[in-house]
Ligand binder design. Sequence first.
Ligand code: ADP
Ligand code: AMP
Length: 217
Amino acid sequence: MKLVFLGPPGVGKGTQAGRYCEHANVPHISTGDLFREEVRSNSEVGRKAQEFMDAGKLVPDEVVVEMVRKRLAKPDAEKGFVLDGFPRTVVQGEALDEVLEELGMKLDAVVSFDVADEVVVQRLSGRRSCKDCGALYHIKFNPPPEDGKCSKCRGELFQRSDDEPETIKVRLVEYKEKTEPLENYYEKGGCLVRVDASPKPDEVAEVVRKALERPTD
Ligand code: ADP
Ligand code: AMP
């Protein structure tokens, strides 16, 4: 299936996309991960994106859309994908429609995850990620092994610099102002599936799986 996972930072999009994609054997396309990779390799895109990311602001639409256009044109996206963290503005949503049309593709569903703001803050402030495989942990809700290494690949874990309280606040304001209107955009398009992301990851995954069996009901 060709899916978009929508929702505020920290709601669990990456966690759910990781599970779904492993099971369905489709690429997990996280624009945040793609940008972090660009920053690490000090590419032109990375240099353009970094100041926005550090401030918790959205990277300008044209930079993101170009990156996604290239990614979706790769052959592995033909069989399906999950877009995690894209689109994040209505302009990006419209651009995605155009890109998909050019590629002869169509979205099957947009899954919109929701939890209370306090939960988002709790989830983000305890998040740890593996620098090698991207696996996600939480110091309280999904603790990593005692030696502090990734249980999947033994890679080092790190805390994202934008997961600190002041930047989290800015990211939530950006979300409400710029990303939330997309719910309406996709609701009108008739492919929005709403999921309560407050239960445990396994339970959320089960609700997603069931909802996607009949996404337009
Ligand atoms: P997003 O991709 O939406 O920013 P993540 O998937 O990275 O969110 O999750 C943010 C943090 O919350 C991570 O530390 C993750 O382990 C944790 N997390 C994700 N889903 C849940 C859940 N259902 N219950 C508790 N913690 C969760
Ligand atoms: P994420 O990993 O999804 O939390 O994204 C981390 C950061 O990357 C965001 O705070 C933005 O600065 C940037 N970013 C990721 N995806 C997008 C997008 N679709 N539009 C604009 N900025 C983005």
